[in-house]
Write a protein that binds this ligand. Structure first.
Ligand code: DGL
Length: 271
């Protein structure tokens, strides 16, 4: 039998409102180091977390169509807010398979929690959607999920304040009540939050599991591509990064999150 030499060089498209989805980018690159990735950060419209379902769905569909015009083989919505509010809408508008981050995060949290008390940190819109409690209940009805909106985290991170007194103060303000909730597992239900994971972990200490969707969605993406014989098995990986506004600023912050230097192209999407 001949070895399977098929290698699908089309890129994986990943998008977020801004920098947060780069935490997913990192996990995908780590698991599938040969894959080409096209990343889109909607820096013109960040934050999504305080916007309506219609608005977030409109932005998400426009980005997904742009990625599809680049012939991507898979789209990862690397944004909890867009996954919670717009996953089904995006799926209806593009032909490529689409994965969101809510289900993988919920799956991971349910697997690691021992006391079945799970706290979800997210944007206002993600919390309002109740996407995580609904997913957790589907996995295990006995899980008690509590939710906490942390609206200042995204602007703090987009401002590049990844450490220091302001970040520490905001973390304390939002997360002291979470610590008192007795949850043994905390879902970082916004892809921006893992960027400040070290500071968050300092507040909770070693007994609390901090869970995010990055590794889990990377595994799902790998499984989906493998099942459809769509993995790229040869050659080096390529990276293209787009931002809908201020690409230079985006490039500087992206470099701090994923390491290295990247050229970021500006791409404005008509709304
Ligand atoms: N990183 C995004 C999320 O996971 C969006 C945050 C925002 O733009 O408010 O929800």
């Amino acid at each position: 039998m001949k070895p399977d030499t098929k290698s699908d060089g089309r890129a994986i498209g990943i998008f977020d409102s801004g920098l947060g989805g780069l935490t997913i980018f990192k996990a995908v690159r780590a698991l599938m180091p040969r894959e080409n990735i096209i990343y889109f950060g909607d820096s013109a419209h960040v934050p999504y977390g305080s916007k309506s379902k219609e608005t977030v769905a409109g932005y998400s569909v426009a980005i997904a169509k742009f990625l599809e015009s680049k012939k991507v083989k898979l789209i990862l919505i690397a944004c909890n807010t867009a996954s919670a509010l717009a996953l089904q809408t995006v799926k209806k508008h593009v032909k490529a398979p689409v994965l969101g981050v809510i289900a993988p995060g919920a799956k991971r949290a349910a697997a690691v929690s021992k006391n079945k008390k799970i706290a979800v940190l997210g944007t206002e819109s993600t919390v309002k959607s109740r996407a995580y409690p609904k997913h957790l209940a589907k996995i295990d009805k006995t899980i008690a999920a509590s939710q906490y909106a942390c609206p200042l985290f995204v602007p703090v991170i987009e401002e590049g304040l990844l450490e220091g007194p302001i970040t520490a103060l905001v973390i304390k303000k939002y997360l002291e009540p979470v610590k008192k909730s007795g949850a043994d597992t905390v879902i970082l239900g916004c892809t921006h939050y893992p960027v400040i994971k070290r500071s968050i972990a300092r507040l909770f200490g070693p007994r609390v599991n901090l869970v995010d969707s990055a590794e889990e969605i990377a595994k799902e993406a790998h499984a989906l591509l493998a099942a459809r014989c769509m993995l790229k098995t040869k050659g080096k990986a390529g990276t293209e990064i787009y931002a809908s506004d201020s690409p230079r600023r985006f490039a500087a912050l992206a470099g701090r999150i994923i390491g290295g230097r990247f050229k970021v192209k500006e791409k404005r999407l008509g709304q």
